[in-house]
Design a binder for this molecule. Sequence first.
Ligand SMILES: [Zn+2]
Length: 401
Amino acid sequence: MAHVVFHNKVGGSETLEAAVGQPLTDVLTAHGIPTNAVITLRNGKIVPEETTIVGEHDVIELRQVRHYDLDVTRRPARVVYGVPDPVYVKSVMFDTAGQLEHRVEQFDEESFVRYVEETFVQSVLSHGVLNQGDSVVIGLSGGRDSVAFLKLLERTRHRLPAFSITSVTITGLPDWEEPATFAAARASAEGLGIDQVIVDAHDIERVFKLRRPFVEAMNSVVGGESRHLNMVVGHQVLRRMLEDHAQRIGADTVAFGFNGDDLVASMVTWITSGYRMGGIPVRQIGGMRYIFPLYRIPKKELTIYLELVAPELNRQGTPGRFTTGPQERSMAYAMADHLYGLWPGIDYYLFESFATMQRYMFPLVEEKCRVCEGVYVLQEGVRNPIDICDVCDFFARQEFS
Ligand SMILES: [Zn+2]
């Protein structure tokens, strides 16, 4: 009979459930114990966790190496507010003078919809995300985020300041014109009674001064050595085309449908790369205001919300080859999802602390691209090409422009 014991650093020992033949790393994962937190002795001898399989007559001791209480994540103190038929459980960790408590609220369908809408209204009213008289351009891909954003606006408009909105759908790549997604874009603009402006490949070729069709250029990106830049280039093109339209109609604000975990994932990339990142949920660059009205709502909540209030708009096709990113992107999202699990509500803390950091960082240095005329932020410690943005520089080097 195998015996696996965890000796923690706060004076306790605990027998862990483990089956003969089970990898020890599985046992650790199942019990919420990080490999980095323990030294393992099997029958009195130090062994690596990664190569250890629980044997029938083994006595395995796990000794925590540092003095701290791992139970803050393994068995957090909880206060649960329950309902009979929950569809979703929202958990937020509160830190009150160093004491941690998870407040866990269960929602049924009705209270969940109310919760998401309340979160949305509160987050756009604070930090000056949306103001009276704003003229806002929103990129409407028909993806869940942009559709959920318009649905939220439609259902909460009476509680928001009066602003004007134009939705812009950018076409020119097969992924951006996937029929179910495109139909969802059209339906949600109609639901809100706003016009849907279509920007096409010719507009993109004009702004980026491309000498060949945009789709051809992007095909050689995804098929070539620079395929890892595929989503970066795609996003930059979308952003620039939204701005281009905003400038034409005299709008001062561009709204992006990035949700809570999108922004937490970009903070993971930011903190591990040191790249410049503008403010959350509002950034001002080159005379244009960029806003993230969904920054308090994770993708999972948006998806359930859409399923409950407008299931017919929740039927997008699968992402195509132009919407598939490198592993680095998956890593950032996986880290973000794990962080939410370990520290529920970490987004609240991250965004607040980031707002403080924005105040003590050196001011952003802006430059205007001589090709697409987009305004971008210079990066420290790397070679910044003169007067040309990353994407136009990339297009020029590939001889697309
Ligand atoms: Zn450019």
